[in-house]
Design a protein around this ligand. Structure first.
Ligand SMILES: NC(=O)c1ccc[n+]([C@@H]2O[C@H](COP(=O)([O-])OP(=O)(O)OC[C@H]3O[C@@H](n4cnc5c(N)ncnc54)[C@H](OP(=O)(O)O)[C@@H]3O)[C@@H](O)[C@H]2O)c1
Length: 345
């Protein structure tokens, strides 16, 4: 292996990224070194490039989190990683590694903690493999944020429904898939062109969020279906108020639980009898490692094996490799609809 590799480096707050060389690191005892073949982009990457938020504690920095590639080296204590040379999906982020640039995704070799590294099935491309990491972690963390364990299995008799506002987003598609796997009746919102796709992923009813009576449509459907609707995941900006408008009626006297993925939670919308929590994985490192293991090694790996979890949303490849990342991030900032931007390395 080369002792140096190419990286898209964030030299200072405000960017841009510039391609340069970095020393290729050795994995720590619980880490895996990935030779990166595809990188998927998240809007948080553009916030970090442009505003240094969420905080970037070390410059030069390497940002990004979602990769698929080949296992290049395995740390001495790792027993659960895919074998050397095999294809892998990895959550390679410096965010939970005190900003360590060796761990960011935007480079040809990146370190990842073993809890976030699983085998990439032969049937999936590297580009499809890169779709999963942060979106899966975020979708699954929403459940634990509102106190629902990941091994929850409701039966139809439980009549438990959930509202996922923003189903066509990257996080939303995995919120839908995971809600289905837990046995919820799944209500979600999206533009009409994505309705059939979201039903294939597991949504029971998809509502057009642009119609003026969408709130009453959801309330009426919950009444007709005879379900208990007091759990929600606000995935996208602007979703809290309409979600609370639904829950106000459907929660009855019970406490409603809402996970809110965009930061910050907007000032204003509240509801008596509703707990609204910012969606994040556990902050305690040991708890977070266990949570990541459950998300990647249990839910995702088992779901991929059994075919109950599929890559989503659709891949949108942007050209240019590491050099193309600035432009690809600008394209993401301009907005996507039912796709996730991926760059080949
Ligand atoms: N808390 C965390 O740790 C964490 C981690 C990752 C991401 N996030 C946040 O999660 C959010 C989603 O990220 P993402 O990458 O999944 O987004 P994304 O894929 O970029 O979202 C694009 C989609 O959002 C949908 N959308 C936009 N406004 C909508 C609305 N008012 N109602 C319903 N759908 C709407 C659009 O749906 P249509 O195409 O149907 O119009 C579009 O397909 C972002 O705010 C991000 O910052 C949080």
């Amino acid at each position: 292996m080369d002792e140096k590799h190419q990286a898209a480096i964030l030299l200072q707050k405000g960017g841009p990224l510039s391609v340069g060389e970095r020393a290729t690191p050795e994995p720590g005892p619980n880490e895996v070194l990935i030779q990166v073949k595809a990188i998927a982009l998240n809007i948080v990457d553009s916030f970090q490039r442009d505003f240094g938020m969420p905080p970037v504690p070390i410059y030069p920095a390497v940002i990004g989190s979602d990769v698929a590639g080949l296992v290049a080296k395995v740390g001495s204590n790792v027993s659960n990683a895919p074998p050397l040379g095999s294809r892998a999906i990895a959550f390679a982020s410096s965010f939970y590694q005190n900003g360590s640039p060796d761990h960011g995704a935007f480079q040809k070799y990146a370190l990842a903690q073993s809890e976030g590294v699983i085998r990439l099935p032969d049937a999936l491309s590297f580009e499809e493999g890169a779709l999963f990491p942060l979106a899966v972690l975020t979708a699954l963390s929403a459940w634990t944020t509102v106190g629902i364990p990941l091994d929850t299995k409701y039966t139809p008799q439980d009549k438990q429904a959930v509202l996922i506002w923003g189903g066509a987003s990257s996080v939303g598609t995995f919120a839908v898939q995971s809600a289905k796997s837990m046995g919820f009746t799944v209500y979600t919102t999206a533009s009409p062109k994505h309705h059939e796709y979201l039903k294939k992923l597991g949504a029971d009813v998809v509502f057009d969020y642009k119609t003026s009576d969408v709130v009453s449509q959801i309330i009426d459907t919950a009444k007709k279906d005879g379900v208990i609707l007091r759990t929600a995941h606000c995935v996208v900006h602007g979703s809290l108020q309409p979600t609370l408008d639904v829950l106000k009626i459907t929660k009855g006297d019970a406490v409603a639980k809402v996970a809110h993925s965009p930061f910050p939670i907007p000032e204003g919308p509240t509801l008596d009898g509703a707990e609204i929590k910012f969606n994040l994985p556990p902050m305690d490192p040991a708890e977070r490692n266990e949570h990541m293991y459950k998300c990647f090694h249990l839910w995702l790996q088992n779901g991929l094996k059994s075919g109950t979890v599929v890559p989503s949303p659709r891949v949108q490849v942007e050209a240019g490799g590491l050099e193309g990342l600035n432009k690809a991030l600008d394209t993401l900032k301009a907005g996507v609809s039912g796709t996730k931007i991926v760059v080949q390395v």
